[in-house]
Write a protein that binds this ligand. Structure first.
Ligand SMILES: [Zn+2]
Length: 338
C-alpha cells in the first residue's frame, strides 16, 4: 500500500512538473478559441498596405488614424492641427498622414496617458518648431523620470482640467483615473461630438486583459457613466478595428457590471472551508498559500462557467480574456469591496 502511494505521489510530481514545463498555446489549444465575431470583422478598417494604416474623417474637423491595432486622432483647424496620441506602432507616419489631409502645421500634441504603446511614436514630432506637448502633471513627472527618447517630455502640463482653443475649435481635457497609475485623459471635441478615452472600451470586444490592465478597478467601473455624460457620437478607445459610439460604451458597462456582480455573488456565497476540503485531504492544512489559491481558483472557475455562455456571442475575445477579468474583479471584491 505504502509503495502504491509512493508511486502515485511520484506520478503526481512528474505530472505537475511536466504540466509546469509544457509551453502554453499548442495548436490544439489555439484551435479551441472562437474566431472573431463576423459582426466585428465587418468593422475592420481597410488599411493601405503601402503605409500600414488608414485615416478616416469623422466630422467636425476630426480624423482618426488606425492600423487595426492602435488608434490615434487629429483635429484640423484654421490655425493648425492638434494631434491626440502618437502610438509606437505608427506614430512615425502621423506627420505625413496629416500632410495628405491639410497643409496646416502641427501645433500641438496631446498625450492621453503615459503608456509607451500610445505615445511611444512621439519622437517623430521632435523637430516640429514651437510644438506644444500637453499632458497631465503626473504624466510629465513620470516621463521625466523615465527619460525615454521615444516619449518626448511635455512642455504644457495641468492637474485636473484644461480647455485648448485653436482656430475656432475647442478641446476639453479632463483627468480620470480608470487605467494607468499616472492618470488618464478624456479628450473631447464638442463641435465634432468626438470623445476619446484610451484603454477602457474596445468597441465590439471585451476589454483587454484584466479590464484593460487597469490599475484601479474601482475607478474603471465608474468610467462608463462618466463617458455617457458627454454628448458624443464618435468614440475612440485606442485599439483594434473601428470607432465606437454610445451603444459600445453601454454594452461594455453591462459586461463589466455583470462580471463584477457575478464574481461578488459567487465569492460571497462560497464557504472557504468547504471549498478547500478536498485539497486539505491531499496536502494537509499547512500550505496556506496553496489552499488560498484553491479557493480563489474555485471562485474564478465558477464565475467563468456562468459568465461565458452569457457573453460569448455578444462580444469578441470573451474566451481570451474573461478569466483575467474575473481575477481582477475578484481581487477588488475580496480586498476592497464592502
Ligand atoms: Zn494604456
Amino acid at each position: 500500500m505504502r509503495k502504491l502511494i509512493y508511486i502515485l505521489t511520484l506520478a503526481g510530481i512528474v505530472c505537475v512538473q511536466v504540466s509546469a514545463q509544457s509551453p502554453p498555446n499548442s495548436p490544439e489549444e489555439l484551435q479551441r478559441y472562437v474566431p472573431v465575431l463576423p459582426s466585428v470583422k465587418a468593422r475592420f478598417w481597410k488599411t493601405d498596405p503601402s503605409v500600414g494604416y488608414a485615416v478616416q474623417g469623422v466630422g467636425g474637423g476630426v480624423y482618426v488614424i488606425s492600423d487595426n491595432g492602435w488608434q490615434s486622432a487629429f483635429l484640423v483647424t484654421n490655425e493648425g492641427v492638434i494631434v491626440f496620441d502618437a502610438p509606437a506602432s505608427f506614430g512615425k507616419s502621423i506627420p505625413s498622414a496629416i500632410a495628405k489631409v491639410t497643409d496646416k502645421p502641427i501645433t500641438m500634441l496631446v498625450y492621453s496617458h503615459a503608456h509607451k504603446d500610445h505615445i511611444g511614436g512621439s519622437a517623430a514630432f521632435k523637430n516640429i518648431k514651437d510644438l506644444k506637448i500637453v499632458a497631465l502633471d503626473t504624466v510629465t513627472e513620470f516621463l521625466k523620470e523615465m527619460n525615454d527618447p521615444n516619449r518626448l517630455i511635455p512642455n504644457v502640463t495641468f492637474t485636473r482640467e484644461k480647455t485648448v482653443s485653436l482656430g475656432g475649435q475647442t478641446v476639453e481635457l479632463t483627468r480620470h483615473a480608470y487605467h494607468s497609475n499616472e492618470g488618464d485623459l478624456f479628450i473631447y471635441v464638442p463641435k465634432a461630438r468626438f470623445l476619446m478615452a484610451i484603454d477602457c472600451v474596445t468597441d465590439g470586444y471585451v476589454p483587454f486583459q484584466g479590464f484593460d490592465i487597469t490599475a484601479n478597478f474601482h475607478e474603471y467601473m465608474k468610467v462608463f457613466d462618466e463617458l455617457l455624460t458627454y454628448r458624443f457620437e464618435t468614440f475612440v478607445g485606442g485599439h483594434l478595428t473601428s470607432t465606437g459610439n454610445r451603444a459600445d460604451v453601454k454594452l461594455n458597462k453591462e459586461f463589466t457590471m455583470d462580471v463584477y456582480n457575478t464574481v461578488k455573488r459567487i465569492h460571497n456565497n462560497m464557504d472557504f472551508a468547504a471549498a478547500i476540503a478536498e485539497a486539505v485531504k491531499t496536502v494537509g492544512p499547512d500550505n496556506e498559500f496553496l489552499l488560498f489559491k484553491v479557493f480563489l481558483d474555485k471562485v474564478t472557475y465558477e464565475s467563468v462557467k456562468e459568465l461565458r455562455p452569457r457573453w460569448i456571442k455578444r462580444l469578441a475575445g470573451v474566451d481570451v480574456w474573461l478569466e483575467s477579468h474575473v481575477r481582477t474583479a475578484l481581487i477588488y471584491v475580496r480586498w476592497d469591496d464592502n
